[in-house]
Design a protein around this ligand. Structure first.
Ligand code: HAM
Length: 420
């Protein structure tokens, strides 16, 4: 047992698996950039009240899972449990919403939730998210969902699906909420569930207990009580998704863990992951900006879980990311050769080739083993006799095929062999 271990519930990624982590994160970021989203880097902690107000006091995230502490100045701060509230705060603070709309931003990084750790559920989780603020256009909702779908596909994932629903708007939700509450009051629910029904009736719909599910079979659903405008909005989102070739299923009982959602709401699910099947989720949050003291502007976005998506790749047997540490592994035999190859490595790296060297005077056998382990395509071997003839041996590790490259045009020779 080592003296120090990582904090409980926090995944770490190191080579070679970390290549997959980077590849997932990059696939998400790249998909966002390709749709015109600009990068925003935000604080890892914020005023506690931002999350209390933005995410909702009655959510598990705020009431049970926040890492909240007083800093040395006595201010209550919280490690960010999610990204949307922070983005809104920054957009308002810096007046990003005073220019052209929508404001399209993406972010990538760690979030913190004090959850009960288990496979796929961590206390430090990684997300890539996008937020599009200021235009309430159903086509934008479809864009956001399609970006995520495309990113999963690019990684080679096929076992994901997206569930969709509408949570209504300010005109239809209050009436629906009252109707649902009235229905729930008529059921023989236990005390805790009754309390939840009074505080946040929608969340009761998510109850997983079979006996409660049975009682809820005839519960009124938001999608059947949408205002004309919200219904039309929802229909348009679906039509755009069909045009974009995004296959979705409707789940009118979907309950999200954050309170700010309105209208379009969605979740990406992967069935190979057991209980923690949500690999990404998001939706519209039209009242959030005003709630946080900004303009009355709409917004839509998603947060994609990098950790869980990497697990999904593993479940599907996909190798994502370049597991190789380098393209070329230099094997010097003797001091003069070493001097020459250290210099050559510098030149090759400057030319964009990934290069490592057998340091520490390894023998040929040990060095070739290290070359294999590095994942390099070629070993570049330089011995005494090669020095005399002015050339090095470039050996393709997979095939054993060997070719000579002239020492005075090493960079060009290696690049040619790599096809670059
Ligand atoms: P969320 O559904 O709470 O949404 O989280 C998004 C994704 O983060 C989840 O689908 C899941 O993949 C991952 N995730 C969440 N908690 C954990 C955990 N404990 N361990 C591992 N992965 C986790 C949001 O955070 C919203 N801010 C998304 C959004 C952006 N909505 C609108 N804009």
């Amino acid at each position: 047992m080592t003296e120090f271990t990582a904090p409980k519930g926090i995944p770490e990624y190191y080579p070679p698996e970390s290549a997959g982590f980077l590849a997932v994160r990059e696939a998400f970021s790249d998909a966002a950039r390709r749709a015109g989203y600009g990068y925003i880097e935000l604080p890892l902690f914020e005023d506690t009240s931002l999350f209390a107000r933005g995410v909702g006091e009655s959510t598990d995230v705020v009431s049970k899972e926040m890492y909240t502490f007083a800093d040395r100045g006595g201010r209550s701060v919280t490690l960010r449990p999610e990204g949307t509230a922070g983005v809104m705060r920054s957009v308002i603070e810096h007046g990003l919403d005073r220019g052209q709309l929508p404001v399209k931003l993406y972010y990538s990084g760690a979030f913190f939730r004090y959850e009960r750790p288990q496979a796929g559920r961590y206390r430090q989780l990684q997300q890539v998210g996008v937020e599009a603020i200021g235009v309430d256009d159903p086509a934008l909702d479809a864009e956001v969902i399609a970006i995520a779908d495309e990113a999963y596909r690019r990684l080679g994932i096929t076992g994901h699906r997206v569930e969709l629903t509408s949570l209504g708007d300010a005109t239809c939700r209050p009436a629906y909420r009252a109707k649902l509450q009235e229905f729930l009051r008529g059921l023989p629910l236990d005390e805790e569930t009754q309390k939840r029904a009074e505080l946040n009736p929608l969340r009761v719909l998510d109850d997983k207990r079979p006996e409660v599910r049975e009682l809820l079979a005839d519960a009124p659903l938001m999608v059947d009580h949408l205002s004309a405008e919200a219904k039309d909005h929802y229909e348009q989102v679906k039509a755009h998704l069909i045009d974009l070739g995004v296959r979705f299923s409707e789940n009118p009982r979907m309950v999200r863990g954050l309170d700010y959602y309105t209208k379009t709401t969605f979740e990406f699910v992967h069935d190979g992951l057991g209980a923690q099947s949500g690999i990404g989720g998001g939706g519209r949050y039209d009242g959030l900006m005003a709630e946080l003291g900004g303009q009355e502007l709409s917004g839509i976005g998603f947060g994609l879980g990098v950790d869980r998506t990497l697990l999904a790749c593993q479940v599907e047997g996909l190798t994502v990311g370049d597991q190789a540490r380098c393209d070329v592994y230099c094997v010097p035999m003797g001091e003069t050769a070493k001097r020459k190859l250290v210099e050559a490595a510098g030149g090759l790296r400057a030319a964009g080739v990934r290069v490592d060297i057998a340091y520490g005077g390894k023998g040929l056998k040990g060095a070739m083993k290290a070359a294999d382990r590095s994942g390099a395509r070629f070993a570049l071997v330089l011995g005494e006799r090669d020095l005399e003839s002015g050339s090095a041996q470039l050996k393709e590790l997979a095939t054993g095929e060997q070719r000579e490259v002239a020492l005075d045009s090493l960079v060009a020779g290696v690049r040619e062999a790599l096809g670059r």
